[in-house]
Design a protein around this ligand. Structure first.
Ligand code: MG
Length: 165
C-alpha cells in the first residue's frame, strides 16, 4: 500500500421503481413483500450502488458502462455476480477494497431483520470481511418517491487503497 496518498473514496447511488410480480432482492436477499423492483437485471439496488461506489473510487466509470442494460447477457442477472466482477476489476486495476458503507431508503418493508444476511452476501461477493461492510436502512417519513412506495434508493461509499506493485 502507498499509505494515505493511495487512498481513494467512491460514492454510488441507485434507484429502482417498484413493479408487481417481481421479487424484492436487496443485498442478494429475497425479501418477502407484495412487490419487487423493476430492472433489466435482478434490480438489486443496493448491490448496484455499492458497485458504483467501487468504480467511483478507481475512476472506473459505472456499472451501466461495464454491464450495459442493452446486453441480453445481463437480463435477470444476479447482481451479486456483477458486484463480484466489479470487485475483481478493482483489484485488477491495482486497488484493495478497504471499507464499504451503505444506506437503503425504503418506506417498506422493514429491512433490519435482513441486514446481517445482506452484509454477509455483499462481503462474500466482494471478497472482504463482513466487518468491512455496513448496511443501514431508513424510511423517508413518507416523503418523496421512496415514501410513496414507488421505489427504493440506495447510497454507498467505499474506501479503496492503491496497492504499490
Ligand atoms: Mg440499478
Amino acid at each position: 500500500m502507498e499509505g494515505l496518498s493511495g487512498l481513494r473514496i467512491g460514492l454510488g447511488y441507485d434507484v429502482h421503481a417498484f413493479a408487481p410480480d417481481r421479487p424484492l432482492i436487496l443485498g442478494g436477499v429475497t425479501i418477502p413483500h407484495h412487490q419487487g423492483l423493476a430492472g433489466h437485471s435482478d434490480a438489486d439496488v443496493l448491490a448496484h450502488a455499492i458497485a458504483d461506489a467501487l468504480l467511483g473510487a478507481i475512476r472506473g466509470g459505472d456499472i451501466g458502462k461495464l454491464f450495459p442494460d442493452t446486453d441480453p447477457t445481463y437480463e435477470g442477472a444476479n447482481s451479486l455476480k456483477l458486484l463480484e466482477a466489479v470487485a475483481q476489476f478493482v483489484r485488477e486495476q491495482g486497488y484493495e477494497i478497504l471499507d464499504v458503507d451503505s444506506v437503503i431508503a425504503a418506506q417498506a418493508p422493514k429491512l433490519s431483520p435482513h441486514r446481517e444476511a445482506m452484509r454477509q452476501n455483499l462481503a462474500d461477493s466482494m471478497g472482504v470481511p463482513v466487518d468491512n461492510v455496513g448496511v443501514k436502512a431508513t424510511t423517508t417519513e413518507w416523503l418523496g418517491f421512496e415514501g410513496r412506495e414507488e421505489g427504493i434508493s440506495a447510497t454507498a461509499t467505499c474506501l479503496c487503497c492503491r496497492i504499490s506493485s
